[in-house]
Design a protein around this ligand. Structure first.
Ligand code: ADP
Ligand code: 5GP
Length: 187
C-alpha cells in the first residue's frame, strides 16, 4: 500500500498545533508523530502524549545511536523524530503527519523525497507575534528567540510543496484537508 508522510512546518505561534488538532478531529485515522525534545514540558503537557521529554544526555545518546530520522536545534532546545515509529506506521499502512521545524522538514525531504511538505504561514508578522505572546507559554527571552527564528523559517517556505495561510482557522483546516485529499488521490 502506498502510504504518505506529511510534514507540517511554520513559525512558532503560527497555529500549526491548532490547525492540526482541527484536522485530526475530523480525520482521526491519520497518525501524528510524537517527537522527542529536551525542552521542559509546558503546564498540561504529558510525556509520551505531547512529546517524549528527554534530558540532553538521552537526546545525545539517540543521535549517536542513529535513532533519529531527523533532528534539529530550535531556539535553544533539541527536537527529533524517531525512525522506529515512522517506519512502523508506514509498514502498517498508516498515513503519518510530522509537525516539525523547517530544518527537520528539509532533512526528511532529502531522505524521503516522496514526503509532502506543507508550510503554515501567518497572515502577517504582527499577527504571528500577537499569537505567540497571546499563548502565554514562553518568557520574553524565549519569545524573542522564537520571533528571530520565525524570519528564518519564513525564508524557507519557498522550498515547501504547499503553503497555507492560517488567517481564518476554519479556512486553514479546510485548505489542509484539500491538500491532503489531493495528495491521497495522487498516491
Ligand atoms: P504553533 O503550534 O504553531 O506554535 P499554536 O497552535 O499553539 O501555534 O497557536 C498559537 C496561538 O494562536 C494559540 O493561542 C492559538 O489558539 C492561536 N491561533 C491559532 N490559529 C489561530 C487562528 N486562525 N486565529 C486566531 N488565533 C489562532
Ligand atoms: P515547541 O517548543 O513550540 O513545541 O516547538 C518548537 C518548534 O520545534 C516548532 O517549530 C515545532 O514544529 C518544532 N519541532 C517539534 N518537534 C520536532 C521534531 O521532532 N523535529 C524538529 N526538527 N522540529 C520539531
Amino acid at each position: 500500500m502506498n502510504k504518505k508522510l506529511y510534514v507540517i512546518s511554520g513559525s512558532s505561534g503560527v497555529g500549526k498545533g491548532t490547525v492540526l488538532k482541527g484536522f485530526l478531529e475530523r480525520n482521526p485515522h491519520y497518525m501524528l508523530s510524537i517527537s522527542c525534545t529536551t525542552r521542559k514540558p509546558r503546564p498540561g503537557e504529558v510525556d509520551g502524549v505531547n512529546y517524549f521529554f528527554l534530558t540532553r544526555e538521552e537526546f545525545k545518546d539517540c543521535i549517536e545511536n542513529d535513532k533519529f530520522l531527523e533532528w534539529a536545534e530550535f531556539a535553544g532546545n533539541f527536537y527529533g523524530t524517531k525512525k522506529k515509529y515512522i517506519n512502523q506506521c508506514l509498514e502498517e499502512g498508516k498515513d503519518i503527519i510530522l509537525e516539525i521545524d523547517t530544518q527537520g522538514a528539509l532533512q526528511v525531504k532529502k531522505r524521503m523525497p516522496e514526503a509532502v511538505l506543507i508550510f503554515i504561514c501567518p497572515p502577517s508578522y504582527e499577527t504571528l507575534e500577537n499569537r505567540l505572546r497571546g499563548r502565554h507559554t514562553e518568557d520574553e527571552a524565549t519569545i524573542k528567540k522564537r520571533l528571530d527564528q520565525a524570519k528564518i523559517e519564513l525564508e524557507r517556505a519557498q522550498s515547501f510543496d504547499y503553503r497555507i495561510v492560517n488567517d481564518d482557522l476554519e479556512t486553514a483546516i479546510k485548505s489542509l484537508e484539500d491538500v491532503i485529499n489531493k495528495e491521497c488521490n495522487n498516491a
